[in-house]
Design a binder for this molecule. Structure first.
Ligand SMILES: [Zn+2]
Length: 263
């Protein structure tokens, strides 16, 4: 048996048996006659790329179904309840209802939280209106609030000029550096960023809100709005990340420190 001892470890392949010793790569069993190693590698690369392409298409189809707009306010309210809000009142504002539901659906797909209650109500914005002499450009399109029980309330202002010219307003606010993105839905995502921070980390939300001078410089990499305080920094960063913006590491570290979630 001495001449046929079972090998106890892998032995190196005899170099003389490798057909292409320079590349170190053997030709595979189904290689085309006449083709070189480079041809074979190119063929394998294409096979893998086609596989990846098919996977990508399947993934897109699964995670990004097209949003279907409701044709009545009642239907839109049912959709919002189905998505998980506790109460909703879209009143007669079907366009706003559909815009908000579309965003809520994306929030759910990202695994993030919705506000508990949603209300399209100009009356909730009267205080701002008085402060700014009812100039619609100065009154926000949306804000949020919490009650003592931890429920969150999302208010939308149907009289805001934002709804009439979302794209132009977003482009303008971004061009001055005030908003982190020029996406027309930016202000809605920004407000939902506050809801996310509150829900994810009420302690971080209620802790001191002033940015230190160092943090102020970091927040400046996001937007002017983000420099107001910790909460605006988190909300602006949330909106920027939600629209796929790439942000530097010091921004992401600070964002997570204050209860921000990465998408
Ligand atoms: Zn804000």
């Amino acid at each position: 048996m001495a001449g046929h001892a079972r090998p106890t470890s892998l032995t190196e392949t005899d170099k003389s048996k490798i057909p292409f010793p320079d590349s170190g790569i053997d030709k595979v069993w189904n290689y085309q006659p006449g083709a070189g190693v480079a041809d074979e590698l190119a063929r394998l690369k294409k096979v893998e790329q086609d596989k990846l392409k098919r996977l990508g298409q399947a993934g897109d189809a699964e995670t990004m179904p097209a949003f279907i707009r409701s044709s009545t306010v009642q239907q839109a309210e049912q959709e919002a309840l189905k998505l998980g809000v506790k109460s909703v009142d879209y009143r007669q504002h079907l366009d706003i209802a559909n815009d908000v539901n579309d965003i809520f659906e994306q929030i759910i797909q990202k695994g993030e939280v919705l506000p508990h209650h949603v209300d399209v109500d100009a009356a909730a914005f009267v205080l701002w209106g008085q402060q700014y002499q009812f100039n619609p450009d100065r009154v926000p399109a949306a804000f949020w609030a919490d009650d003592q029980t931890g429920d969150t309330y999302f208010y939308l202002n149907p009289t805001s000029s934002y709804w009439l010219n979302k794209q132009a307003q977003a482009k303008h606010e971004h061009s001055t550096g005030y908003w982190a993105t020029d996406h027309q839905d930016h202000p809605i995502w920004h407000e939902l960023g506050h809801v996310m921070q509150y829900d994810n980390s009420p302690i971080a939300y209620q802790a001191q809100t002033q940015l230190t001078p160092t943090e102020l410089a970091i927040a400046g990499k996001v937007s002017g709005y983000a420099q107001i305080d910790v909460r605006e920094f988190v909300a602006e960063t949330f909106a920027a990340l939600s629209f796929g913006k790439t942000l530097p590491n010091d921004v992401l570290t600070l964002y997570q420190l204050y209860g921000g979630l990465l998408p």
